[in-house]
Each structure stands twice: as structure tokens, then as C-alpha cells.
Design a protein around this ligand. Structure first.
Ligand code: SF4
Length: 363
């Protein structure tokens, strides 16, 4: 990783732009560098190949000029000097800083996305607390620096450059924002993931798909009542046939795919990162596993063979009626007390009476 070099450039006023201004060689070099993508790191050979400076000595002078005007930042990458461009507006803000503010900015710039604790900054600069607070507030008000509460050490206020995304160590994973879990983001992302996993593991079929016998539920109950009314002993009645609810062929329902490619935390994380919905953050496999496990606990997903996940189908997708569940015994509060003999029996059962709209026999 490139690190900012120690020397602090002496502030230099930017000359005012004139309409027919002749571009200086330093500005010509800056403009050529600005044509490259943002954040490009330039080595001496790259700058030399731009053929703005005729000799290495000239190039060194141009670079020194740009660094003095804060338009370029000198860094080292694996021991080799390199330069990075600053925007003209940022350079302009830096030129207006006081020496103390500039020193603080330099220290904060060095740590990049890792951020630096305010106490560590004070030790490095030997500033008084009062001066330190004043300079940091000024840098924040000029939109050059931001402060973030550390997730790892909740009492520590960390400072980093305004345009940088805080590292996961200080801001938490992709599901956290400013130290807290971002519930709105988690809800939105889990809905997107639930839909993705549903697409991968389920298919939509017509409402009457795989329906082996359509029955009219009301007619089936009426038929059953007629049978029961025709026999003396309820236990002599024929067994109730399994009953399936009527399914509308025009509706649709979900069923699990046969042998799908089950998504894993790694595959879902890769898919989510490819969609770039996390606004610059990257979701690692561990982060995704955390979210998928939460969705399992919420009953939205189920885990298949350790690492694979699939959609949980709701009861309405799979509900099949049968006579036993429908009959009162299926959820009778005195089931354990009911027997052939005694006060509670099928002969005296009030629940059957209500269900069949008949009178129970008195003992
Ligand atoms: S009391 Fe009635 S409903 Fe309950 S178990 Fe006995 S027969 Fe079934």
C-alpha cells in the first residue's frame, strides 16, 4: 500500500486564472495526469513518458511545484516514490489551512481508511487539547476530515479524510452504519436475497399442479355427515378419505425445484457484490453467512446439508387436509381423558356433536 511521504509542502498561492492564460508546464503535467482515472498512482517513468518535462531535473522541479501547491501528493510504494493527484478544489482548501491544521491533515491523510484516534493524533503532534479540538473542528467544517465512532473500541473517535470510506475495523461490516446495525439496509438486502434464493430453489406452478383429485369440500363434509347419521356407532363409520383443498388452476403456487444448484453464503455474496447494491461496500462470505443465518431464524430460509440454503414454503403452499386433522379429536383438549368407558368417550363427545351438528348420546 502506498504511504504518504513525510515532508509538508510550504503553502503557495494559486495564481488567478486568466482567459488567455498560457498553461505553465506544471499545469500541463497536472492536466495530462487528470486525464487518467481518479486515484491513479503515477511513478516517475509514467510522468516522464508524458513528455512535458525535457529532463529529469525539469520533471523534479515541476513535481515539486505541484506538491507545493497541494495539487499532487508524494507517496512511496514499496520504497519507490510515486505521486497521486488531488482535485483543484481540495488543493485550494489545503492552501487555506493554518500550519497546525495542515500538520493534523497530514497525519490523518497518512492512516487512510484505518482512521486515527484523536488521542494518538495528540501524541503525534504534541498539540494542547484546546488547539487540537479547534483544528479538528475547523478541518471537519471545511469538509476535509470526518470523525467516526469506532465499532471495535466504542469510546474512540477516529478521524479520517472526508472522501474515504471507513475500514470495517472502525465502521463495522456492510450491515453496520456509524457503529449500529442498519436495519433498513438489512431489511432491504434480505428481501433481495430472499427473492434471489427463491428464484434459484423454487418454481411457480399452477394452483392445481400435481392435484390428484379435486373435491368440493362442502360436498365432502355433507357426504360424511350423511354416512355418520346412517350408522349407530361412530366407530363403525368408514375411515375418512384424505382430503385435499380445492386449488384454483388460475392461481399459482411455489414448489421446490428438483435438485437445484443450492445457493451458499459464498455464492450469494458473489452475486450480491456483482449487483453493486451496497454502495461501495463489499460483502464477504462471513457477512453473508451472518445474514442468511438471521433469515433462517426468521423462518424465511432453511438450511440444507450444512452450507446450502433454500426458501421455506409457507403452509398455504403445501397444506393438505385430511379427515383426522379436520375432526375434533385432532385438537381435542381432553384427548388423553377420552376412552371407550368413562365420562368422556366418543358416545358422549360434545365436540363431535358440534362438528356433525348431531346430538351426542347421554350416558
Ligand atoms: S372427547 Fe370427542 S373429540 Fe375429544 S378425543 Fe374424545 S371423541 Fe375425540
Amino acid at each position: 500500500m502506498a504511504s504518504a511521504a513525510a515532508p509538508l509542502p510550504v503553502p503557495k498561492e494559486e495564481p488567478p486564472a486568466a482567459s488567455n492564460e498560457v498553461v505553465s508546464p506544471a499545469d500541463a503535467l497536472y492536466d495530462k495526469c487528470a486525464q487518467r482515472s481518479e486515484g491513479t498512482v503515477f511513478f516517475q517513468r509514467d510522468l516522464s513518458n508524458m513528455q512535458v518535462a525535457e529532463t529529469m531535473a525539469d520533471l523534479t522541479l515541476l513535481l515539486q511545484d505541484l506538491c507545493d501547491r497541494h495539487l499532487m501528493k508524494l507517496m512511496t510504494l514499496e520504497g519507490e516514490p510515486c505521486w497521486k493527484l488531488r482535485s483543484r478544489s481540495e488543493a485550494d482548501k489545503l492552501r487555506r489551512l493554518t500550519p497546525d491544521e495542515r500538520l493534523l491533515y497530514h497525519h490523518i491523510d497518512q492512516v487512510q481508511a484505518e482512521g486515527v484516534w484523536s488521542k494518538a493524533l495528540r501524541m503525534r503532534t504534541n498539540f494542547t487539547q484546546q488547539n487540537m479540538t479547534k483544528c479538528l473542528k475547523s478541518l471537519e467544517s471545511k469538509d476535509l476530515v470526518q470523525s467516526v465512532m469506532s465499532v471495535k473500541f466504542p469510546n474512540r473517535k477516529m478521524y479520517l479524510l472526508k472522501h474515504l470510506q471507513p475500514s470495517e475495523d472502525i465502521a463495522g461490516g456492510p450491515w453496520q452504519s456509524e457503529g449500529d446495525f442498519d436495519t433498513a439496509l438489512i431489511d432491504a438486502i434480505s428481501s433481495v436475497i430472499a427473492q434471489h434464493i427463491e428464484n434459484e430453489t423454487c418454481i411457480k406452478v399452477p394452483g392445481n399442479w400435481n392435484d390428484y383429485g379435486q373435491h368440493d369440500r362442502a360436498a365432502a363434509i355433507a357426504q360424511k355427515k350423511a354416512q355418520v347419521l346412517g350408522v349407530q356407532d361412530i366407530e363403525d363409520a368408514p375411515a375418512v378419505k384424505p382430503y385435499q383443498s380445492y386449488r384454483d388452476p388460475n392461481s399459482s403456487r411455489l414448489v421446490h425445484k428438483n435438485s437445484p444448484q443450492y445457493p451458499t453464503a459464498a455464492s450469494v455474496a458473489t452475486w450480491l457484490n456483482s449487483k453493486e447494491v451496497l454502495r461501495g461496500k463489499t460483502c464477504r462470505e462471513d457477512d453473508m453467512e451472518q445474514l442468511l443465518e438471521m433469515m433462517v431464524l426468521d423462518g424465511r430460509l432453511e438450511k440444507i446439508s450444512g452450507t446450502n440454503y433454500r426458501t421455506v414454503l409457507t403452509a398455504t403452499d403445501t397444506k393438505i387436509y385430511n379427515g383426522f386433522v379436520d375432526a375434533p379429536c385432532g385438537n381435542c383438549p381432553v384427548f388423553d381423558l377420552c376412552g371407550d368407558e368413562g365420562e368422556i368417550s366418543a358416545r358422549t363427545c360434545v365436540y363431535f356433536g358440534q362438528w356433525l351438528e348431531t346430538q351426542s348420546e347421554e350416558v
